[in-house]
Ligand binder design. Structure first.
Ligand SMILES: Nc1ncnc2c1ncn2[C@@H]1O[C@H](COP(=O)(O)OP(=O)(O)OP(=O)(O)O)[C@@H](O)[C@H]1O
Ligand SMILES: [Mg+2]
Length: 214
């Protein structure tokens, strides 16, 4: 059985690749055969991350390949236990394709209304235009600040939408940036506290995928 997991957004830089890499390394650590399909053909940032990972000889190994279209990537899905689609910086035609074919589609969002509104609008349009089952859509709070009241307000805002909100957050932290610069994922960050924080959100993604596919 092979599973498909998508990370998409309306805006760029929200944390799609960060979550895709962390989820991939978490499943690979559990001995799953995982591939990240990097659909950002112009930058291929997950592919360059893999090069840094290989140079540092980090374990577990994950495969990353850049594809021009969702369809090209999806042709390879059956070769893996899990195919992870790391979406292009902006919503494209491929975004609906990713959402349609994935068992779970994660929309990372920051805390500002400038991030939240386009995220919720994208979720609506996936349902309206793409006919995607709303249960498959999950929001993940990324690049969060440290103000807990702000986080509470955002959780409250997102809970009022008809979509699932993943437990946990990933804060904006230099150590997460540095980890990825070294070819690590955020769950492999050198500091225990941040690592546990990232683990929590990634575990929520894994739990949600299991719930939707059992
Ligand atoms: N929690 C974080 N703390 C610090 N830096 C972060 C964090 N999350 C992401 N970044 C950094 O922010 C940048 C954008 O993150 P990322 O590449 O995950 O977003 P993306 O949605 O994949 O972007 P794009 O739309 O360009 O593909 C990267 O340089 C990444 O290292
Ligand atoms: Mg990216």
């Amino acid at each position: 059985m092979s599973y498909k997991l998508g990370f998409v957004s309306q805006k760029g830089g929200v944390g799609k690749s960060t979550l895709a890499r962390a989820t991939a390394t978490a499943y690979a650590a559990a001995d799953w055969d995982v591939k990240i399909a990097d659909l950002d053909i112009d930058q291929g940032t997950s592919y360059t991350w893999l090069k840094r990972r290989l140079q540092s000889e980090l374990q577990p190994t994950v495969e990353v390949q850049t594809f021009g279209t969702f369809a090209q990537a999806d042709q390879r899905s059956d070769d893996y236990d899990l195919m992870i689609f790391d979406g292009a910086p902006h919503a494209t035609k491929g975004t609906i394709e990713i959402a349609k074919h994935s068992d779970l589609v994660v929309l990372p969002t920051g805390l500002s209304l400038d991030d939240l509104e386009p995220t919720v609008l994208l979720a609506h349009s996936l349902v309206k235009k793409g006919g995607i089952d709303r249960k498959k859509i999950s929001f993940a709070i990324c690049r969060a600040g440290t103000n807990s009241k702000e986080q509470e307000e955002v959780r409250d805002y997102l809970s009022q939408t008809p979509y699932h909100l993943l437990d946990g957050v990933i804060s904006e932290k230099p150590c997460f940036r540095r980890a990825q610069d070294e070819g690590r994922s955020v769950i492999e960050c050198r500091y225990k506290g941040p690592r546990e924080q990232a683990d929590h959100l990634i575990q929520s993604i894994m739990n949600r995928l299991e719930e939707l596919t059992k």
